[in-house]
Design a binder for this molecule. Structure first.
Ligand code: COI
Length: 354
């Protein structure tokens, strides 16, 4: 694969809590292009530097773009693993289909990622709780203002050394149940990881933050009755001893950490189900003491306990504001596999030869 060298390298940030999330970017990126005549072509590693685009480029106008989030972890023996990348490539191609973006060969994307990680291995932080976040993205690059699928695309992978997604780390999060704005409706783009979903969520997110909440807990668009997801995480509840998460009805992102948690729970023999859960059921279960835990799952957020939700101006504490037993078990299992401290019987760790 062609590698274009840069003249000078960036200064690397200090490790640990100061890394935050998505503040620093590495020296290089992977790129490839799509045109109707050539398909996906021109895969190469180039300096991660500002790019210039014509302002008529369609991504700026109609948000025909998708992305993914993965992480590379430093292992105890110094090797490097990525958590379930094949799942991300498969989901990215499903998002591509939904957004009229041409699908790409997953092997080519994986090859590009591995080459990029080899070059950027010194950027992979070593401390537990940190990782090198991987952001593959596809944007529409045809210069045109008609509302049609672009004829040209840019695929890129950029890397960012990260700590925890929330500034307060593993402290339980506070969620505001949103019953006016909606993230997605059935038939919309909610199950695709498309750029516009995140723009659409910002108004409610900003209002929630102003009130001191970390995130919004979205309800279904049709009835504003059923719990869907958090936007940056899927949501789980422990209700009467059963672990419950909203079923993937079409408006919810099919999270890979969500799927991994369901597998672990099933294999360990927990009572669990994927089904519709009304916000009323959640509130009554908190009130009668049968809801013992709530947590979010995501690549960036990992497993994040939820300590409080507000619904219709009333606050409901969950699990005494502390991390619950099942939340802790899943956190330990998932991160234990990711950091190479636990066996990996399911083959979720993909070793990258750096
Ligand atoms: C992730 O968890 O990787 C995400 O993409 C969610 C968010 C940071 C946008």
């Amino acid at each position: 694969m062609e590698i274009v060298q840069r003249k000078t390298l960036k200064e690397k940030p200090k490790e640990g809590a100061a890394l935050g999330f998505g503040r620093y970017f590495t020296d290089y990126m992977f790129t490839m292009k799509y045109t109707a005549a050539e398909g996906w072509h021109g895969a190469k590693i180039v300096p991660n530097e500002p790019q210039s685009f014509d302002l008529g480029t369609s991504i700026f106008h109609y948000a025909q773009g998708i992305f993914e989030g993965m992480k590379a972890f430093r292992q105890p023996d110094g090797s490097v693993c990525v958590f379930r990348p094949e799942e991300n490539w498969a989901r990215m191609n499903r998002s591509a289909e939904r957004m009229c973006i041409p699908t790409f060969p997953a092997e080519l994307a994986q090859e590009g990622l591995e080459e990029l990680l080899r070059i950027e291995k010194d950027w992979i932080p070593k401390e537990r709780g940190t990782a090198l976040y991987i952001r593959p993205t596809i944007v529409a690059t045809q210069v045109m203002l008609g509302v049609h699928a672009s004829a040209e695309y840019l695929f890129f992978i950029i890397l960012s050394p990260v700590g925890s997604y929330y500034a307060h780390g593993l402290e339980p999060t506070k969620l505001l149940v949103e019953d006016f704005f909606v993230r997605s409706a059935i038939g919309g783009t909610g199950e695709a990881k498309c750029i516009g979903n995140y723009a659409a969520s910002m108004k409610a997110g900003e209002l929630a933050e102003r009130k001191g909440f970390d995130q919004v807990l979205w309800l279904d668009a049709a009835e504003k009755k059923y719990v869907e997801e958090v936007g940056s995480m899927n949501i789980f509840f422990v209700l009467g001893g059963e672990v419950v998460t909203p079923a993937l009805v079409g408006s919810i992102l099919p999270g890979i950490t969500r799927k991994s948690c369901l597998t672990i729970l099933r294999e360990k023999g927990y009572r669990m189900s994927e089904r519709r859960i009304s916000v009323g059921e959640v509130i009554s279960a908190i009130e009668d003491g049968t809801l013992s835990e709530a947590f979010g799952t995501g690549t960036a957020a990992v497993i994040s306990p939820v300590g409080l939700i507000r619904y219709r101006e009333k606050d409901y504490q969950i699990g005494g504001g502390k991390m619950g037993e099942i939340t802790q078990m899943l956190y330990d299992e998932i991160t234990g596999i990711q950091y190479g401290e636990l066996p990996d019987p399911r083959g979720w760790r993909k070793t990258v030869r750096v």
